[in-house]
Design a protein. Structure first.
Length: 351
């Protein structure tokens, strides 16, 4: 039997588009399904100033496929040298939608991130004043903290004190992976939300490590125990407006992933919508898919939802999904959810 589902066109509230040949190769997959995306600034070198963001936005706009109106929502990479005036000007001109906080050393290209939080207090206060959200990579980096505990410890030691020091700052906890993340968001009604990725709804840490190591499932924050995946599933499929989709689609070439010290990141942009339809259907929650992908994010950011629609079809026969894309830098493996979603995107309009 065929099922059909039509939603407002979705947005992606956490996306890595990279630069150069990789940008040209991956952007069409996001632009095919998503109207807007929050663009991560962790390039080499990072997108630190308003001038960097203008240049990067222009490179993204020129890499769009013909006819695409895909809107990159730009972010600045917070460093201890970030100038509050530059951030405020970039916000006032409409150039940026958020600022991104990477604790120094937490993930890919985060070396210029923040180590001493007292040095960013003035920027954070200015952001609270002007209503500019802070997107947070929520992991501590201390070598004595187990990697599976780094998100929960971050909430207690860094995030909660930071939110107390800067009242009114809008914070997005990005790509949460734990029940502690879910609970922390649920305990606060104002100025706090979280993105959840596609892959963290599907895999737990056994998928990475049991029966052989699977580098394509390795990302940061790393997937946790099954009980945490279930907490994420419950949050995402509940319709709670504080949770929305940020794919964290993070392409790396296969040679960069498949080496003794491989890169972190899952490339999910091409099949995210099909996988999410499968997941929400499995949980009897298709009625909440649109909130998660298309309504909750814009509401938090104070933007209108998209006017267009996306239609997903579930065919009687499963459709085979592509496993790789080719780029000039080498092949990139598309996230394999371990099942064939019966769903596929049949039509998208951008209003
Ligand atoms: C991201 C990347 O590759 O840029 N990797 C990842 O595992 N998610 C960085 C990030 O968002 O942590
Ligand atoms: Zn990311």
């Amino acid at each position: 039997m065929t099922h059909q589902l039509t939603l407002r066109t979705p947005d992606d509230w956490h996306l890595h588009l990279r630069d150069g040949a990789m940008l040209r190769a991956v952007l069409p997959y996001s632009a095919a399904h998503f109207a807007r995306a929050i663009i991560m600034p962790n390039l080499v070198p990072p997108v630190v100033t308003g001038a960097d963001a203008v240049a990067y936005r222009d490179r993204i706009l020129s890499a769009r496929p013909a006819g695409s109106d895909f809107t990159p929502l730009m972010t600045l990479y917070l460093t201890e040298e970030t100038d509050a005036g530059d951030v405020a000007a970039a916000h006032a001109s409409g150039l940026i939608t958020a600022v991104k906080l990477y604790p120094a050393g937490a993930t890919t290209n985060s070396a210029s991130g923040v180590a001493d939080f007292s040095r960013v207090q003035d920027v954070l206060e200015r952001m609270a004043e002007i209503g500019l959200p802070l997107c947070v990579h929520g992991e501590v980096t201390d070598s004595d903290i187990d990697i599976f505990d780094r998100e929960a410890v971050f909430i207690d030691r860094v995030l909660d004190p930071l939110r107390t020091r800067v009242p009114g700052l809008k914070v997005v906890m990005e790509h949460i992976t734990t029940s502690q993340g879910v609970d922390y968001v649920k305990a606060h009604d104002k100025d706090l939300a979280a993105t959840i990725t596609t892959h963290h709804l599907v895999i737990n840490r056994n998928h990475i490590l049991a029966g052989g190591i699977r580098p394509h499932y390795y990302c940061l924050p790393v997937a946790k125990r099954e009980e945490h995946r279930l907490a994420l599933r419950a949050a995402a499929t509940s319709g709670d407006a504080r949770f929305f989709l940020g794919t964290d689609s993070a392409p790396h070439t296969d040679p960069a992933k498949l080496q003794p010290c491989g890169c972190a990141g899952c490339f999910t942009a091409p099949n995210t919508m099909a996988i999410l339809a499968h997941v929400f259907n499995e949980d009897g929650a298709l009625e909440w898919l649109e909130s998660f992908t298309s309504l909750n994010g814009p509401a938090f950011y104070g933007l209108p939802p998209n006017e267009g629609t996306i239609t997903l079809l579930k065919e009687a026969q499963d459709m085979l999904m592509p496993t790789h894309i080719k780029t000039e830098d080498g092949p990139v493996t598309i996230f394999d959810p371990g099942f064939t979603p019966g769903w596929h995107v049949s039509d998208v309009s951008f209003g």
